[in-house]
Design a protein around this ligand. Structure first.
Ligand code: FNR
Length: 383
């Protein structure tokens, strides 16, 4: 097993092991990728305050999300097509999260289905829903998530239209990959990936194929998906969907203080301050920059989580210190999965926990609940 000291190591290994079209799918942002880049570079602009001579013998990264204890306040964000980065990827990631003691979120656009993941895990996971125009499909998938014991519904609100990612268009992204001279050449060097993929039957979007009308294979699925994201999504519809779900509700993609207020009025147990990892509105601010305005509006009325740009335990600490109650990671765990399957997701979580723990200690903090602006030096023009 290679020595992994940081998330960047996992990214390098992911790039080496996975087919180019899937690594590029993970790594890209929309259009110029400005927001994608600034999601990470803005974290670097915030500096940490060192504190000394504080008893550090008894400290913990443990926290709570939706009232449940977690090993650290970091959940695995929903990621589409994970099962293409590594065969049965969603099952592997869910198992790693379960063993580590953090929540896993399954995407609507996953390769393994809700039932596949439920069969191979014992802890309840969360299910992420994109609002589709086919209301029967939405009703049925909510019922499936309930039957599988999912403990929270993550409703993603920032993808009524798909942001354009140039690399995906140029690579002809599809699952499973279409065989062209370019993909065949690439796949010939990715034989570990290929062998594992041949061994699994899960190569299609298991939540959708066979469950939506007239979607029986990859081709009909692409057509269906292109027509299905609901352009008419509004707060009334959010309320209607929320009423169908009995458990905890998380609204993801909140990036504006007024929208955060509306999310609270819809009964959100948590909101995720997220620009979808820079994959949707290019030109939007980074998530860490927008966070304080949302904290001022709704802190204490719902849990405020942040994602987009987190690549280290230091980033987690900075988000918590600026007022987030918890965080989610997308690419950080995906790189781990693409690099080394379940072990890689565990490695990503271990890296982040170690970094969070050590940084807390050097900042003179013993408990994540005590982190605050006093730990940071934030540039004056940051907001
Ligand atoms: C995503 N994201 C996402 N979000 C969602 O609600 N449903 C989905 O299916 C997906 N799919 C997806 C695929 C890939 C490849 C990426 C990178 C991201 C967004 C994801 O949940 C999260 O908001 C971002 O990944 C957070 O940014 P970082 O941590 O990747 O920088």
């Amino acid at each position: 097993m290679p020595i992994v000291t940081c998330i960047e190591d996992l990214k390098r290994l992911h790039k080496r092991r996975a087919p180019k079209m899937f690594f590029d799918y993970a790594e890209s942002g929309s259009w110029t990728e400005q927001t994608f880049r600034e999601n990470t570079t803005d974290f670097e602009k915030i500096r940490l305050r060192q504190k000394v001579a504080v008893d550090m013998s008894d400290r913990s990264t443990a926290g709570r999300m939706l009232g449940e204890k977690v090993a650290m306040p970091v959940a695995l964000a929903p990621v589409g097509m994970t099962g293409m980065q590594n065969a049965d990827g969603e099952i592997k990631a869910a198992r790693a999260a379960e063993k580590f003691g953090v929540p896993f979120t399954l995407s609507t656009m996953s390769i393994c289905s809700i039932e596949d993941v439920a069969e191979h895990t014992s802890a309840p996971f969360w299910f992420q829903l994109y609002v589709m125009r086919d209301e029967d499909f939405v009703d049925r998938i909510i019922e499936r998530a309930k039957r599988a014991g999912c403990s929270a519904l993550v409703l993603t609100l920032d993808l009524q239209l798909l942001g354009q990612r140039h690399k995906d268009l140029k690579n002809g992204l599809s699952a499973p990959p279409k065989l062209t001279p370019a993909t065949m050449l690439d796949l010939s060097t990715k034989w570990t990936w290929g062998l594992e993929m041949l061994r699994t039957k899960r190569r299609q979007f298991g939540n959708i194929v066979g469950h939506a009308s007239n979607v029986e294979d990859a081709r009909s699925l692409m057509k269906w998906t292109a027509e299905q994201f609901d352009l008419k999504l509004d707060w009334e519809k959010v309320r209607k969907i929320a009423a169908k779900w009995d458990g905890k509700l998380i609204l993801k993609g909140i990036f504006d203080a007024d929208d955060a207020r509306k999310a609270v009025e819809c009964g959100a147990d948590a909101i995720v301050v997220s620009n979808h990892g820079g994959r949707q509105l290019d030109g939007a601010l980074s998530s860490i920059r927008i966070l304080p305005s949302i904290v001022r509006e709704v802190k204490g009325e719902t849990e405020i989580w942040l994602d987009s740009g987190i690549r280290s335990g230091q980033d987690v600490l900075k988000a918590l210190a600026l007022g987030a109650d918890a965080t989610m990671i997308g690419r950080a765990w995906l790189y781990g999965l693409g690099a080394m399957g379940e072990k890689g997701v565990t490695a990503a979580l271990e890296v982040i926990r170690k970094e969070l723990d050590l940084t807390m200690a050097l900042c003179g903090e013993r408990d994540v609940a005590d982190l605050g602006p006093h730990n940071l030096l934030v540039p004056r023009d940051f907001e």
